[in-house]
Ligand binder design. Structure first.
Ligand SMILES: [Zn+2]
Ligand SMILES: [Zn+2]
Length: 321
């Protein structure tokens, strides 16, 4: 286990005791995929049927079929029969574990909205309880204090996304084929969680890994992929190069902590429930509890609940399971 104190100093190390993929490694295989995230986003907006995703995402049949199958097998969606024109069909509903990705999607939306310049702004985040267009403040659900990466310690067991550890579930998306409506265009976030390597490199940056050699050693990542990701992170302004050939997170990069922490929290709740060993844990140092994020409304200070967020494009009702 590698243990970091939150300011980039390695504290202790021990070998991973059990083989196989851990919670976060598995989660990256499930969630870190652009199309998967867009399908989930639309499910929260009320899309349940194949044709609904097909139309709103302009996604190919092969891609949509494969993603719906994965999401069902991974337990985020479940099928329910219905009849259309006398013929039996299936629709897809978010399960409890699918619904529990709402924090990840909200953190992603908030970060993209605040930090990634764009021609057509993302819709406002509206808090139903206070009625305000607002922003999200990351807090610890245990003690209520605001929390950033500097307030946490991180324990890592094994390589979270080892080179040979995780077969690619879906082919990497082809650039330029994504829908171009404002809701689907999340260029910054998708560099971070649109595939597993972006998420993995961000996670390493957040614990203070700074040099190419250390990234390589910590992540079991190929030099080509690592070079590509670091270059894109520099272009996006998530890290800057430092004089000593290192990389340092910018404010924009540190603000992406919410996305990372929500991903880890989901992983450690649901993949651990399936018996996967916890391979990465974030603790809040002030209260010394595993970090569970509470996303507070910056307008009224109250914690968001899933149904108190008006979804982008704001349909009139909250999404039922
Ligand atoms: Zn706390
Ligand atoms: Zn509010």
């Amino acid at each position: 286990m590698v243990k970091w104190n939150g300011v980039g100093e390695r504290v202790e190390r021990e070998e991973m005791s059990s083989g196989g993929m851990g919670t976060v490694g598995r989660t990256l295989g499930v969630l870190a995929d652009t199309w998967t995230l867009l399908i989930l986003q639309r499910a929260f907006l009320g899309v349940r049927r194949y044709a609904g995703w097909r139309e709103t995402l302009n996604i190919s049949d092969a891609t949509l079929t494969a993603r719906l199958r994965s999401l069902t097998e991974d337990g985020l969606l479940q099928t329910r029969p219905y009849r259309e024109g006398g013929r039996p069909r299936l629709e897809y509903r978010l399960t409890e574990r699918g619904l529990d990705t709402w924090r990840l999607l909200l953190a992603t939306w908030a970060w993209e909205r605040s930090w990634v310049p764009r021609e057509v702004p993302l819709p406002d985040i509206v808090h139903r309880e206070c009625g305000r267009a607002t922003d999200v403040v990351l807090c610890c659900a245990q003690c209520g204090a605001p929390v950033g990466p500097q307030d946490t310690s991180v324990s890592i067991r094994g390589a979270v996304a080892g080179r040979g550890g995780l077969a690619r579930v879906h082919p990497r998306r082809t650039r330029g084929r994504l829908p171009e409506d404002p809701l689907s265009l999340l260029p910054g976030s998708m560099e971070i969680i649109g595939d597993r390597w972006g998420a993995t490199v961000l996670g390493a940056c957040l614990v203070g890994v700074r040099t190419f050699t250390d990234f390589e050693a910590q992540l079991s990542i190929s030099p080509e992929v690592l070079t590509d990701r670091l270059r894109r992170f520099v272009e996006l302004g998530i890290v800057v190069r430092t004089g000593d050939a290192g990389y340092r997170l910018t404010d924009k990069g540190r603000a992406a902590f919410g996305i990372h922490a929500c991903l880890v929290e989901w992983a450690n709740r649901w993949q651990a429930a399936d018996g996967a060993p916890v391979d990465l844990e974030i603790r809040h140092r002030a209260c010394d509890h595993p970090l569970r994020l509470q996303l507070n409304c910056s307008g009224c200070g109250v914690a968001f609940t899933r149904t108190a967020v008006a979804p982008p494009s704001a349909p009139s009702r909250a999404v039922a399971p």
